[in-house]
Every structure is written in C-alpha cells, then in structure tokens.
Ligand binder design. Structure first.
Ligand SMILES: NC(=O)c1ccc[n+]([C@@H]2O[C@H](COP(=O)([O-])OP(=O)(O)OC[C@H]3O[C@@H](n4cnc5c(N)ncnc54)[C@H](OP(=O)(O)O)[C@@H]3O)[C@@H](O)[C@H]2O)c1
Length: 280
C-alpha cells in the first residue's frame, strides 16, 4: 500500500475500499450479505486497509457488514471512515449517530468521521461542537467533511478547535468542475485543500463504471503505453495529484486486485497533463 500524510503523524492509504451499495442503497438490503462480507474480507486480505462507509449506506447495513467482515482483524491495522447523515447534524443527534455507527461497526473508535453532506438548515457550529466532544471522548480519531465548498469548509473550521483533515468530494477524469454537490472543484476546492493541508478523498473514481463504457483514444493510448487497465490509469491519475487519495467500490476479487495495480508506478508528468487537458 502507498500512503499520504493525513496529519504530521498519521498516514492514510492512497487507495481505499468504497462501500456504497454494499448492504443496500438508501434502504437495508440483506440479499447479498454473503457476497458482500466475502468481498470486504477479500479486500483486506489483498491489502486494502482503508474502508469507507456511512450510516446512510443501506440504512446502516453497510456498516454492519463491514463490522462483521473485520471482526477478526486487528483493529489498529485498519483505517475506518464513516459519515453522519445530514439530518443528524444537531449536537445530540450527531453524538447518537456516531455511537450507532460504532455499534454497527463493532469497534471502539472511528478513524475518520465525516459530515456526509452539508445541511444549511442546521448551524454547523452545533455539529462541530459535537465533533469536538467525540474527539475528546476518543470515539473518533479525526474529523472531516464531505461535499463541502470552500466557504462551507472555512465556516466549519471556525467552529472547531480541531483541524478538519479531510474533504471527500466527487472527482474523477470525467468530473472535474462540477458534480452532484459541488461546483468549482478544480478551480477552488482542490487548491484550497492542497494549500491548507486537507486530504481530498476522490469519490466515484471509476465514474461508477461509466469509465469503461465511453471510448477515448487517449485513454486507449495510455492503456497500451503503460500496459495498464483503464481503471488503473484512472486511479493513478487521481493519486498522482497532491493531497488526493481515492476509494473504489468493488466486491469482485479480480477488480479488487486490478485496482491495487494502480499503485507502484507513475504516469509521466507529461501524460498527466495530457489527461488533464483531454477531459478538462
Ligand atoms: N461522500 C459521498 O457523498 C459519496 C458519494 C458516492 C460515493 N462515495 C464513496 O465512494 C466510493 C466509490 O464510489 P462509487 O462506488 O460510487 O463508484 P466507483 O468506485 O467509481 O465505481 C464502482 C463500480 O465500478 C465497478 N468496478 C470497480 N472496479 C472495477 C474494475 N477494475 N473494472 C470494472 N468495474 C469495476 C464496481 O463493480 P464491482 O463491485 O462488480 O467491481 C461498481 O459497479 C463509494 O463506494 C462510497 O464509499 C461517497
């Protein structure tokens, strides 16, 4: 595994396992439990240590499956990220949400706890106070946000004595400027995070499979030149960038292996630029 610095003393893997649709979408779905648990276990066996989940995923069932899959694995060897729902951002709700996640994950602490999506109806001051409490109680190790603009990041940072170390945003070869929640991704959010030493986790790195459906000459050239797959090129392009890490979702052992093959080599500076321009 390769790492980037989350803080001065803590490293975070450049590639983690995403779990959206593992255990359901917005509702609990138990129909694939066996395959899902096997997939998560396989990922850890192959060397994934960062697992990204959320109380939203499968209405908590994704966290339960992660908890079940990792129950015999040394906790300290893993880095677990989970997220609080935007409707749970009141002080008491946020504390309760974190406790619910801990229970489902069957762990004493969450490595990185993120506000999943900003909620303008709830004062961020309240949420950040809850995050400070959770940090003090050692229920979470680090606090972060997701889908936050620069303005929202600055406001959240104002209300906590702790550093916001992460912003998880939609970012991939095809989504460069505006996505589901954010605009000005490359012009504002990424440079701000880079300047302020905030790790950016790029979600949907494989464009949820769309990457494999659209033909592109330059990508085909890169596949040939580096003898790598499309997924490996797309992941390597992301992690070649300062302060950016990513999380790919897969329960397929061949895909899990393939995605790890995005590490240990580098696209050339020139080819990164060509990809930057091609999809700009
Ligand atoms: N913070 C947020 O608001 C937010 C929003 C969305 C997602 N996320 C996080 O980001 C993670 C990743 O995003 P995502 O799941 O939306 O999309 P993604 O990782 O870009 O794509 C996942 C899809 O690609 C397939 N896949 C994976 N590796 C492959 C490969 N090498 N070749 C071909 N197909 C491959 C997977 O199927 P198989 O299982 O069959 O491999 C799955 O259908 C999520 O799981 C979640 O943890 C966060």
């Amino acid at each position: 595994m390769e790492y980037k610095n989350l803080t001065e003393h803590t490293k975070i893997p450049v590639l983690g396992l995403g779990t959206w649709e593992i255990g359901g979408r917005m509702k609990r779905d138990t129909s694939q439990d066996k395959e899902s648990v096997a997939g998560i276990k396989k990922a850890v066996e192959l060397g994934y240590t960062h697992i990204d989940t959320a109380e939203m995923y499968g209405a908590g069932h994704s966290e339960e499956l992660v908890g079940f899959a990792i129950k015999d694995i040394e906790r300290e060897s893993l880095f677990i990220t989970t997220k609080v729902l935007p409707e749970h951002l009141r002080y008491n709700d946020c504390i309760k949400a974190a406790e619910g996640s801990l229970k489902r994950l069957k762990t004493d602490y969450i490595d990185l706890y993120l506000i999943h999506v900003p909620n303008p109806k709830i004062p961020i001051k309240e949420t950040m106070r809850a995050m400070d409490t959770l940090l003090k109680q050692k229920k979470i190790r680090f606090v972060g946000v997701s889908n936050f603009s620069v303005e929202q990041l600055k406001e959240a940072q104002e209300y906590t004595e702790n550093k916001i170390v992460n912003n998880q945003i939609e970012y991939n070869l095809f989504t460069r400027h505006s996505g589901m929640y954010n605009v000005n991704i490359e012009s504002e959010i990424i440079p701000y995070c880079q300047e302020n030493e905030i790790i950016i986790t790029a979600w949907r790195p494989l464009v949820k499979g769309r990457l494999f459906k659209e033909k592109n000459k330059l990508l085909e050239e890169m596949v040939e030149k580096y003898d790598k797959t499309l997924a490996q090129i797309a992941i390597n392009w992301l992690i070649s960038k300062q302060n950016i890490i990513t999380i790919t979702k897969s329960t397929d052992s061949e895909h899990l292996k393939e995605n790890l093959g995005a590490l240990g080599w580098n696209l050339s500076e020139e080819d990164i630029k060509r990809l930057d321009e091609e999809f700009s």
